[in-house]
Write a protein that binds this ligand. Structure first.
Ligand SMILES: [Fe+2]
Length: 304
């Protein structure tokens, strides 16, 4: 998978900054797929026009929140068709969603809920990823979620669960370093052990974000700067996995774009320290063909 550099989540308050034409500290953007789906299977008009303007100068990754890859309801075919059409139009560098379930019996809980880490769940998730990859014609990249509960039925660690699913489906992994940090605190596991348990070569992308806390738990709120502990864990992840496309998520109390750029810049400086070579911003006039990936090369389905 190609290395895109250091990116940021594309959010509407920043559209004018992103399209200003000035050199940005951001190399690429991740857009939330659902924000660009319209009614039925037609993509949204105005938001999609904006996304395609951004796409003229920056690589785009499409990140979904509604696939419910671990759910037990059948996939929503209308949603999958809409996604497939959006992928055809945008031709993202890759596509991703979360290793979670989001509802049951047709009820959407609007949350990314963790799964029990069992052999049976692995079999279920593997067949669901294969079905989605077949339908979408794309390799999926799957993100670890933060969690605030665990299941008495779990038979293995989260990293063993994630690694087995990667091995059996060929899906990429989107490691959210903040989610690992948050869950490590909430469940009292060792975040470094988590990283060591993920196979080298499996990670397509990393996420970084801020979180908040109450007396007992850390909560993945995406409303603050990345904390020192997450930066340290990120450096550890870079040592293990090498150069990995990295993205800052900031979804609540969204700051001015320049503040977001500072976070991106800090991620870049850590990577430069870890890997010992400068990694430069490459926008805004980088030729589109430099990062264009023909979608025909991205399909990877079935057990491996
Ligand atoms: Fe994330």
């Amino acid at each position: 998978m190609s290395f895109l550099g250091f990116g940021a989540g594309l959010r509407s308050p920043h559209y004018s900054d992103v399209l200003s034409g000035r050199v940005l500290e951001v190399d690429w953007f991740e857009a939330i797929s659902e924000n660009y789906l319209g009614y039925g299977e037609e993509p949204a008009g105005r938001p999609l026009e904006t996304l395609l303007k951004v796409r003229e100068n920056f690589p785009i990754v499409l990140h979904g929140v509604s696939l419910s890859i671990g759910g037990t309801d059948p996939f929503d075919r209308s949603y999958l068709k809409s996604l497939r059409k959006l992928y055809e139009i945008v031709d993202p560098a890759w596509v991703s969603d979360h290793l979670c379930w989001t509802g049951v019996h047709g009820h959407n809980l609007h949350d990314l809920l963790p799964l029990p880490y069992t052999r049976d769940t692995i079999g279920h998730v593997v067949s669901r990823i294969q079905e989605a990859q077949d339908f979408l014609g794309r390799r999926l990249t799957i993100e670890n979620v933060s969690s605030y509960l665990s299941y008495a039925s779990s038979e293995m660690s989260e990293w063993e669960f994630l690694s087995e699913i990667h091995a059996r489906t060929g899906c990429g992994l989107l490691l959210d370093v903040n989610n690992i940090f948050v869950s490590a605190h909430n469940h009292a596991f060792d975040a470094s052990e988590y990283l060591q348990g993920i196979p080298e070569g499996s990670v397509t992308q990393m996420h970084l974000a801020g979180h908040s806390s109450n007396e007992a738990l850390l909560i993945d709120t995406h409303d603050a700067p990345v904390c020192d502990g997450v930066w340290q864990l990120y450096a550890e992840a870079l040592k293990r996995f090498g150069r990995i496309s990295t993205l800052i998520e900031w979804d609540a109390d969204i700051p001015v774009f320049e503040r977001l750029e500072e976070e991106v810049s800090h991620a870049r400086s850590i990577a430069q320290r870890v890997h010992g070579s400068p990694i430069l911003a490459q926008n805004p006039n980088r030729s589109r063909k430099d990062f264009h990936q023909p979608s025909g090369t991205q399909v990877s389905v079935g057990a491996t």
